[in-house]
Design a protein around this ligand. Structure first.
Ligand code: G3P
Length: 218
């Protein structure tokens, strides 16, 4: 299973890359705003240099021609760039055109199986269903992942499923159990994955016993 980091925070990306837990990065306009850098093209290039894997940068145009032009400009920044396109009617046409031009597309803001089916047919390299935002409105985000994985398996689509809008460690467990290719995880959730109170308690007991042994040896 691949872990992408859902952030535009370069320091966090460097830290998680050093742990060996960063197979790629996903950004969006909100994450760019949070990072607070207006030179977003330069930031994407810096992220690519660190990650050396797929880095999603999102288009902000809303019409097909604008999305295609922006997507081609983003893709030219670095060979690792994946162009993130919203799953709208206009976006779908842009996805088909960009994919036809050999550009890797990440179909974003996906909330239904039909949307996932359409983007696979349009040739998107990745689909990003947003599980947390579905949970927020009382729907079952992980059920959508299960359904998309099943539908893609039924027809042998090569589009990779990126579980997005991950909010907590159980989203990661469930993604892995369902066989999703990728989870894109915020840095704060990555840090939570390693923590377990019994690990801390066990380590404290080992250290206390070790100190006793050292003291007893005098
Ligand atoms: O990649 C975008 C997605 O992960 C957004 O997450 O927490 O804003 O719903 P969130």
């Amino acid at each position: 299973m691949k872990f992408f980091i859902d952030t535009a925070d370069l320091a966090a990306i460097r830290e998680i890359k050093a742990m060996g837990m960063c197979d790629g990065v996903t950004t969006n306009p909100s994450l760019m705003a949070k990072a607070g850098r207006k030179d977003t093209d330069a930031l994407l290039k810096e992220i690519c240099a660190v990650v050396q894997g797929p880095v999603s940068g999102e288009v902000t145009a809303l019409d097909t021609d604008g999305m295609v032009a922006e997507g081609k400009r983003l893709a030219a920044l670095d060979k690792h760039i994946v162009v993130k396109v919203p799953t709208t009617y206009e976006g779908l046409k842009a996805m088909a055109e960009l994919a036809g031009a050999g550009i890797a597309v990440n179909a974003t803001l996906v909330f239904s199986v039909n949307q996932a089916l359409l983007v696979a047919k349009a040739g998107a390299a990745y689909v990003s269903p947003f599980v947390g935002r579905l949970d927020d409105v009382g729907e079952d985000g992980m059920q959508l992942i299960a359904d998309i994985v099943e539908v893609y398996d039924n027809y042998g689509y090569e589009t990779e499923v990126i579980v997005a809008s991950v909010r907590h460690p159980m989203h990661v467990v469930d993604s892995a159990l369902l066989g999703a290719h990728i989870a894109t995880i915020p840095p704060e959730v990555i840090r939570k994955l390693v923590a377990h109170p019994l690990t801390d308690k066990g380590l404290a007991a080992f250290m206390a016993d070790w100190e006793k042994l050292q003291g007893g040896g005098k």
